[in-house]
Design a protein. Structure first.
Ligand code: DHB
Length: 389
């Protein structure tokens, strides 16, 4: 099989890249080891930055984000039993949208297939060869074990945190800068009305909780837990106790819990984002802890930079933008790494936190909510720094 751009991974990054390339007349093939149903039903994050929404809408990838998504003009930071609202429009002129990632994926997959594009599910990439030549190749196999080789002008690894493409770029499947955290999130989906109009990020002596939403009848909530926690061990009553005790001063509306998972926490940036004619984007290039909702948004920012660079390279033979891609992408990646680490460390309670640490943390939260500069920094990062050009 021969194409111009071979994209490994049909997540938000791979699919949007393929969609934008098609709009410029550049053909691509997208493969993913998962089935379409798995991709469209896996529960992931829910917050889209202002710029992410604009790209999805303006590129024709999703008009549903504006009709089925919900605009959120702020969040609540809660500590010592009191809520403090961060108002995004008055601080930054921007808002965010609550629109689940799997809905974005449904829209992108529908757009790709409607455009007659080559998108293959159940095809597992094994390795990438000849990265440093003008004809890099993806060696893959389908669900029956039949092998498939895709030869391209450029290969993009958009294959998530367990990327196989990474080895072709960094020389190892794990090569990167990383940090672990001594906690994780216990996530639930429940059948209940929203407990609050906006998301609540809550710090409490028992640890962190995030009260998020999905719709008028389904809510998403998370609380800080041990990384080794078994998602099936706690009873529903124990889960509600855990959540309620982490949002003092608020009463949650409870309902049947129909989904539970434990999300691991990690910060990671690959040592290299490009080698020859292979580049990494999205979680293959970097992972952020979920506090602050940067993951998918950062992937979209990578796509915009890489798409422009690929257009220059493949249409005009101009290598300047692809040469500059890693450095440009890394500027935003490290800002998002910092923001995600900062929100995480400011809101969670480390297992070994001393009394000093706890009091200092409340001082930090107060410094943010009581200062317009503090609230503005948080709001700028949360709603998303402007995309370049
Ligand atoms: C959600 C997840 C996040 O990590 C976050 O910061 C906000 C919302 C969510 O799943 O709704």
């Amino acid at each position: 099989l021969r194409t111009r751009v071979a994209i490994v991974g049909a997540g938000p990054a791979g699919l949007l890249l393929s969609h934008l390339l098609a709009a410029s007349g550049i053909e691509s093939v997208v493969i993913d080891s998962r089935t379409r149903d798995e991709i469209e039903s896996t529960i992931r994050a829910g917050i889209l930055e202002h710029g992410t929404v604009r790209v999805l809408d303006e590129s024709g990838a999703s008009d549903r984000v504006l009709t089925s998504g919900h605009r959120h003009d702020g969040i609540e930071l809660r500590f010592e039993g009191e809520g403090h609202r961060i108002d995004f429009p008055s601080l930054t002129g921007r808002s965010v949208w609550l629109y689940p990632q799997h809905e974005v994926l449904k829209d992108l997959i529908a757009a790709r297939l409607a455009g007659g594009q080559d998108l293959r599910f159940g095809v597992t990439a094994e390795r990438i060869e000849d990265a440093e030549t003008a004809r890099p190749r993806v060696v893959a196999s389908d669900a029956d074990g039949t092998s498939l080789e895709i030869e391209a002008d450029f290969v993009v690894g958009a294959d998530g945190s367990r990327s196989i493409a990474r080895a072709a770029v960094t020389g190892s499947s794990t090569g990167g800068y990383f940090r672990e955290y001594p906690f994780a999130w216990f996530g639930i989906l429940c059948e209940a009305p929203p407990s609050s109009e906006e998301l609540i990020y809550s710090n409490s002596p028992n640890g962190f909780a995030l009260i998020s939403q999905r719709s008028a009848t389904v809510q998403r909530m998370y609380f800080q837990c041990d990384p080794g926690a078994d998602p099936h061990a706690p009873s529903e009553a124990e889960l509600w106790d855990a959540l309620q005790s982490r949002v003092p001063g608020t009463t949650l509306k409870e309902g049947r819990i129909f989904q539970r998972d434990v999300l691991r926490f990690r910060s990671f940036v690959a040592h290299e984002l490009r080698r020859g004619r292979v580049a990494l984007i999205g979680d293959a290039a970097h992972t952020v802890p979920p506090t602050g909702a940067k993951g998918m948004n950062l992937a979209i920012a990578d796509v915009l930079l890489l798409e422009k660079a690929l257009r220059a390279l493949l249409e005009d033979g101009d290598e300047r933008a692809i040469d500059a891609f890693p450095e440009k992408a890394l500027r935003r990646i490290w800002k998002a790494q910092h923001f995600s680490w900062w929100m995480t460390s400011m809101l969670h309670v480390a297992p070994d936190a001393s009394d000093f640490d706890r009091r200092r943390q409340v001082g930090e939260l107060r410094s943010v909510v009581e200062s317009e500069a503090g609230r503005t920094y948080l709001a700028e990062a949360y709603t998303g720094w402007p995309f370049e050009d």
